[in-house]
Design a protein around this ligand. Sequence first.
Ligand code: HEC
Length: 105
Amino acid sequence: MKTLHLLAVCAALVLIVSEAPGQDAATGEARYAETCINCHGKAGKGMASFPSIVGRDADYIADRLMQYRAREMVGPNSAIMMSWAEKLSDEEIADLAAYISATFQ
Ligand code: HEC
């Protein structure tokens, strides 16, 4: 009986791990096109006071988005990003980071 219970717990864990959210670049692309593209551009190069996000790795992008979401000042115009980042879930941040780091080289 104990073994069966253990097996059930293992199966549940495997399910949770395999359904771990995030890091889906295709979903990130769709999310990027909704809003981010308006300021950071189609190729991530930015414009005027909107910075380029080209050549950054996924961790960098995710860290930044989490900082903005936590309302931390990162640069002079962080307030602009905070209002966008506070709408993002952990999953959306992971998806966006995967898309941006893989696409904007
Ligand atoms: C209204 C314009 C605007 C929109 C929309 C916008 N951003 Fe930004 N973004 C900015 C500005 C301005 C900064 C610089 C903020 C600062 O000074 O800290 C920035 C900074 C960033 C940075 C950090 C860049 C670096 O080199 O550290 C990342 C990453 C980023 N944005 C990603 C996104 C993503 C992903 C979205 C969509 C969810 C998005 N942005 C939407 C204007 C925008």
